[in-house]
Design a protein around this ligand. Structure first.
Ligand code: MCN
Ligand code: CUM
Length: 781
């Protein structure tokens, strides 16, 4: 480990970026103001499914201050009425034939101010012919269901795909031989990332140079630029995407949204910058939702061991298949569903259907449906323990993959890099005082009080690529780091990923500090400008540390190798005689004969050995050999009120293992944020639809986000099992707590009622739902 002076790995330094954030000096998309800039607002469909008969824009165009009204018809003239999605489908930019979900983009007004543009929306006269709305995939997959995607040639039903993984025969055999089969039907409801800052962009197409500069809230600016070039037919070097400070993304800012495309087209046509800032309702009803997953899972158990796992899934994809996920995997990485358990046979089958709901699924701290998978297995394991009458902690330990089994080949095709699941579980139990708590629980029950203890021992798969197997819209998932050490020994690190609040400016500087011995405050980290950073696939799936973090370590080491050559020259010694320590090379046995990295950097520009290139700079593109598999155990204690069904979290212990931690404080921040989101998903967040497809949950009085009042307090613990294939042993952590914790909360509430036969409660576990369960179980008071 590096010394405290340079603040390398393991130091909880404060986040560099917070200096500007807490002073209100951040530069978010709405802070971008350009000369002559116009403002755009989107007209959205009030219907979930309707044919468009006519669109009359004349009244809107006549409103003073309105510059242009853009319709689907106009976009079609430029071949831009439809765009490709990240899952290889097509999506309407502005509707031409039909609207297919409530909130779909129908037209746009460009005006001198956002207020005028908004007023003008009401003056656009659209005649709709309403059609029946399909709001569940089950409805959509019925034989006589109306066809949602009649725009697609050869699309005869609402089925999008069937997909499977694992060995069906071996799994069927395991079930035939089992002495017990446990089943669970459950629904992971639709929920929404809800970053503080909604989506938006400022598109600035310069009519003189043809250069299109697009400032946008994107988690993946390089990929977006390439897709823009391909879709709009603009030369790629003429497109510059700049993602400034981003006020949270959580997956919401991975896809391409119609607003970006229309604003860019409008700027191109009008020759002026056009700003589009999405409002909260627009964000909630139209942009990348998450989950909406119907799951059936079965475990085969023999002699207390899980011998098989079978799942059957139905995804509600909305009107366009726009999941942001690797293209070879139609149901994302759901096949991590075997989780932390050594299950010899598994088979996963999933299908996806179009419905009249907003598209763009998967997002929200998910790692491509790993969240749903983790929920299902951790609920199933609990149901199995209840059915078998064994302790859920011991049942987990019995079935865990053991430390000596790593690297572990899962039945569905992953190779887990490293893990010690029992250690994390035992630590959580110890912190909780588990055995004592079980006694208290029994005593409380005697007194008529309902206490529940819930566990979840999740395993995630994060850090996509490698590029051979994983891609986004064909682009291989590698990532990059360019490091420039300047003559005075100060450095700039440029990355292909893009922070939305994760603290990259701090942690990536710490990696360089560790590897090169330059103090972390002397290293500036830059991201998000495609003209000035090396190509990368962006920040999602907790991939920045596993991929760009590895690239940063590798390029630092390459520069250190060059520094050694220069140091040998300066010290008139052989390279082999040099020792590296704390940012300096010294001659073995003569520690006073030394050159610091700063002196060497200066020499790289002033005093080089013959034949050595000037400068101390380089770029590295890292294609990881494998994913990383962070894990942990979360333990929750709740008390359920028998009079109301309300439940309260009394304790929440979270033990995480993400390998080597770069900045423990930032890691803990990531975990606490995720535990809060997990709690919100388990307890309160729900976007639902009435039978006509009207979205319920389109604002923050209906869609409930937790405040500090509702949020439990968390007790954190850690174990460290380094990733063997990552240069600094780190695994991703940015999604773990959101992925792992919902099952722990639900398991706890179910556990409180389990003695009366309750086996399942659906999320969000509202007090109304618990009250109903209490009544059915005869526990209500
Ligand atoms: N880190 C560390 N040591 C590790 C692992 C991570 O110090 N062993 C640090 C990293 O260096 C980084 C942070 O923790 O500063 C998160 O790292 P990582 O796990 O690599 O995840 P990403 O940076 O790729 O972030 C993506 C992840 C995802 S997919 C979502 S969704 C999410 C999340 O991060 N969205 C967030 N956390 C968020 N946090 C904020 N504030 N805002 C969001 O939108
Ligand atoms: Cu899937 S939410 Mo994150 O991976 O940006």
């Amino acid at each position: 480990m590096a010394t405290t002076e340079v603040r390398g790995l393991g130091h909880s330094v404060k986040r560099k970026e917070d200096e500007r954030f807490i002073r209100g000096k951040g530069n978010y998309i709405d802070d971008v103001t350009l000369p002559g800039m116009l403002h755009m607002e989107l007209l959205r469909s009030p219907f979930a499914h309707a044919r468009i008969v006519s669109v009359d824009t004349s009244r809107a165009e006549a409103l003073p201050g309105v510059v242009a009204v853009v319709t689907g018809e106009l976009m079609a003239q430029h071949n831009l009425a439809w765009m490709p999605t990240l899952s290889g489908d097509t999506q309407a930019v502005l509707a031409t034939d039909k609207v297919r979900f409530q909130g779909q983009e129908v037209a746009a007004v460009v005006a001198e101010s956002a207020y005028v543009a908004k007023d003008a929306l009401e003056l656009i006269d659209v005649e709709y012919e309403p059609l029946p709305a399909l709001t569940t995939p089950q409805q959509a997959l019925e034989d006589d269901a109306p066809l949602i995607r009649d725009d697609k040639e050869g699309q005869a039903s609402n089925l999008i795909y069937d997909w499977e993984a694992g060995d069906k025969e071996a799994t069927d055999r395991a079930f035939a031989e089992a002495d017990r089969v446990v089943e669970l039907d459950t629904f992971y409801p639709r929920c929404h990332p809800s970053p503080l800052e909604c989506c938006g962009c400022v598109a600035d197409v310069n009519p003189a140079t043809g250069k299109a500069t697009i400032y946008m809230t994107s988690q993946a600016p390089h990929a977006i630029r390439t897709l823009f070039a391909l879709v709009a037919g603009l030369p790629e070097q003429n497109i510059r995407v700049i993602s400034p400070d981003i006020g949270g993304g959580f997956g919401n800012k991975v896809p391409i949204y119609p607003g970006y495309v229309v604003a860019t087209a409008a700027s191109l046509l009008l020759g002026k910058p056009v700003k589009w800032i999405e409002d909260r309702t627009g964000n909630l009803i139209s942009t990348g939702f998450a989950r909406d997953y119907h799951m059936h899972g079965e475990l085969a158990v023999k002699d207390g061991k899980i011998t098989g796992l079978r799942t059957s899934l139905v995804a509600d994809e909305g009107a366009f298949f726009a999941d942001a996920q690797p293209s070879k995997f139609k149901i994302g990485l759901f096949h991590i569903v075997t989780g932390s358990y050594d299950i010899p046979a598994a088979h996963v089958f999933g299908r996806g259907a179009y419905t009249n709901k907003a598209p763009g699924g998967v997002a929200y701290r998910c790692s491509f449906r790993v969240t749903e998978a983790s929920y299902l297995i951790e609920r199933l394991v609990d149901v199995a323990a209840l059915e078998l009458g064994v302790d859920p902690a011991e049942f987990r330990v019995q079935n865990f993959i053991k430390p000596d089994q790593f690297p572990y080949q899962s039945a569905t095709g992953f190779v887990y890099d490293s893990g010690d699941y029992e250690k994390a579980l035992r630590l959580a139990l110890e912190k909780l005082g588990y055995d004592e708590l079980r006694k208290e629980q029994a005593e409380a029950r005697e007194q008529g009080r309902l206490i529940g203890i819930g566990l979840a021992s999740f395993t995630e798969v994060v850090g996509a690529g490698h590029g051979k197997q994983y891609d986004i819209a064909g682009l291989r998932m590698f990532d990059s780091a360019e490091l420039r050490v300047h003559p005075t020994g100060k450095a700039i690190l440029k990355l292909g990923v893009k922070s939305q609040g994760q603290g990259h400016e701090t942690t990536f500087a710490q990696i360089v500090a560790e590897e090169l011995g330059i103090p972390y405050e002397d290293i500036e980290v830059q991201e998000g400008d495609t003209d000035n950073t090396p190509y990368g696939l962006g920040t999602y799936a907790s991939r920045s540390t596993p991929v760009a973090g590895a690239a940063t370590a590798v390029i630092s080491r390459k520069l250190r190798d060059k520094a050694r050559t220069i140091a040998a020259h300066l010290l008139e010694a052989s390279e082999d005689d040099l020792e590296w320590d704390r940012g300096r090379f010294s001659v073995k046995g003569a520690p006073d004969r030394a050159k610091t990295i700063q002196e060497i950097a200066f020499a790289a520009y002033t005093d080089l050995p013959d034949g050595v290139e000037a400068g101390l700079e380089g770029v590295h593109y890292y294609d990881p050999p494998n994913m990383t598999f962070p894990f942990g155990t979360y333990a929750v204690v709740v008390e359920v009120d028998r009079g109301t069904g309300a439940w309260k979290v009394e304790r929440m212990v979270a033990v995480d293992d993400c390998g080597v931690r770069i900045n423990p404080m930032i890691v803990e921040g990531q975990i606490m944020g995720g535990l809060t989101e997990g709690f919100a998903i388990a307890a309160m967040e729900l976007i639902t639809f009435d039978e006509d497809g009207n979205c319920i949950g389109s604002n923050f009085t209906d869609y409930l986000l937790p405040t500090s009042w509702e949020t439990p307090s968390f007790e954190l613990g850690e174990t460290v099992t380094p990733s063997p294939h990552h240069p600094i042993g780190a695994k991703g952590v940015g999604e773990s707590a959101t992925v792992g914790s919902p099952a722990a909360y639900v398991n706890a509430v179910v556990d409180a009622l389990a003695h009366a036969g309750v086996r399942n409660l659906e999320m969000p576990v509202t007090s109304a739902r618990v009250w109903e369960a209490l009544q059915e179980a005869g526990l209500a008071e």
